[in-house]
Design a protein around this ligand. Structure first.
Ligand code: ATP
Length: 199
């Protein structure tokens, strides 16, 4: 799987439709302070399903829609589209190319699309689950997050490392299995009680 392109339109400082193409290898984005570099990473997090306006430096989700400038009126719609080369089928779908899209209107109406078809947020979340690119993954790090990793307590840092290494998923599965095991032992006790009452 490889990120091929990102198209941003009406999102934060990107009033005009802008497409960034990612060629194989490393891509660097440079620009003066306030030119919109962080807005690009926020667009990536948003299209992947980010639900917290605060973590996108806003107070309400419509704050991500272009709010106007000296010479431009505000817009009513923000859209971000991200395309992946999925020839290796790393994403569990038959498509060799996957495009996800999220749209938000100022009246609060929102829309998600998967390869041009309307879908639910859950469909996108499920597609990226355990790929290292979900909403809560550490594949997109904001400036504040880098600092918080360095400044965090050792046990919090361990949680982050476990999440990145994919250990948390197994810890959660272990917890679920232990709960099921306890329930099963309880059922077994009840069955043994009934057997001894009947015999
Ligand atoms: P730095 O190098 O200082 O971190 P940057 O290049 O990462 O800066 P961003 O933080 O991505 O810049 O962009 C900030 C710019 O985005 C500001 O000029 C801000 O006014 C603009 N901006 C943020 N939200 C909106 C919005 N809803 N509508 C229009 N412009 C917006």
């Amino acid at each position: 799987m490889r990120l091929k392109s990102l198209t941003i339109s009406g999102f934060k400082s990107f009033a005009d439709k802008t497409t960034i193409k990612f060629k194989p290898g490393m891509t660097g984005v440079v620009g003066p302070n306030g030119s919109g570099k962080s807005n690009i990473t926020e667009a990536i997090r948003w299209v992947l399903g980010e639900q917290s306006a605060k973590s996108l430096r806003g107070s309400r989700m419509p704050d991500i829609i272009f709010a106007g400038s000296e010479d431009r009126a505000p817009l009513n719609r923000a859209a971000v589209e991200m395309t992946f080369d999925n020839a290796d089928h790393y994403l569990k779908t038959d498509y060799a190319e996957v495009t996800i899209k999220r749209v938000l209107f100022r009246n609060g109406k929102s829309q998600y699309e998967l390869n041009g078809q309307d879908c639910r947020l859950r469909d996108i979340t499920n597609l990226f689950l355990d790929t290292g690119l979900g909403q809560d993954s550490f594949s997109v790090l904001s400036q504040g997050q880098v600092e918080s990793v360095f400044n965090s307590k050792p046990e919090d840092r361990r949680t982050i490392i476990e999440q990145v290494a994919g250990v948390s998923k197994f810890k959660k599965q272990k917890q679920q299995a232990e709960t099921q095991l306890t329930e099963t032992v309880d059922y077994l006790d009840r069955v043994n009680d009934i057997i001894s009452e009947l015999s």
